[in-house]
Design a protein around this ligand. Structure first.
Ligand code: SF4
Length: 195
């Protein structure tokens, strides 16, 4: 589904929940050219710049990877009652709950890529803030029965640095040289890098 936030901008009375087509108008009104990247791209930057480059150039091998299948299974099995995959502009959030504050929820398999998960989620909060919506986030690790709350406070500089770095890697004419690590074993691009 497409989710359209309320406009929280000072002196703005527009209620974007009344018209779900208004989101595209909102995007046109705000200079978001630096926000045309997806959350997965921010995530991949912190896993491996080579992976980010492949992914952002349309080379996707996720469909052939068993770890990705396991991730999909967890998404389906847990949180069955949540409305999943909320698309807002260039970001797609696992699910959203609406309370006093908008809550962004992301479901992850394990914590070995925790930094990447955190930066992806911070990017979502940053993105929503730029649209005038204050939000907080929760990372879910259902296999570990753990959750982690994330807030943007004091971390906007980190997100902006990550955005610039994603843009830099994407603009490279060829993929960054792969660096072998433990992450490669579970990576969908293993064969591309190492076989
Ligand atoms: S196999 Fe390793 S080096 Fe290649 S994209 Fe994946 S994580 Fe990066």
């Amino acid at each position: 589904m497409n989710y359209t936030p309320n406009c929280n901008t000072t002196n703005c009375s527009r209620d974007y929940t009344q018209n779900h087509n208004s989101h595209s108008n909102l995007l046109q009104e705000y200079p978001l050219t630096d926000l045309l990247i997806g959350g997965t791209e921010v995530n991949y930057l912190f896993i491996c710049p080579t992976k980010l480059w492949y992914f952002s150039h349309g080379i996707t091998m996720e469909g052939e990877n068993e770890w990705v299948d396991l991730g999909r299974f967890l998404h389906e099995r847990h949180y069955a009652n949540e409305e999943k995959e909320v698309q807002i502009g260039s970001i797609k959030i696992d699910f959203i709950r609406k309370g006093e504050l908008i809550e962004v929820h992301e479901i992850k398999l394990g914590k070995s890529m925790e930094k990447a998960h955190e930066m992806q989620t911070l990017y979502y909060l940053y993105y929503l803030k730029r649209l005038g919506t204050k939000a907080k986030a929760v990372l879910h690790y259902p296999k570990l029965n753990e959750t982690k709350e994330i807030t943007l406070e004091g971390r906007e500089g980190e997100v902006e640095e990550a955005i610039h770095e994603v843009q830099r890697v994407k603009s490279l004419p060829t993929p960054p040289e792969p660096v072998k690590s433990k992450k490669c074993k579970k990576c969908a691009y293993y064969e591309l890098c190492w076989v």
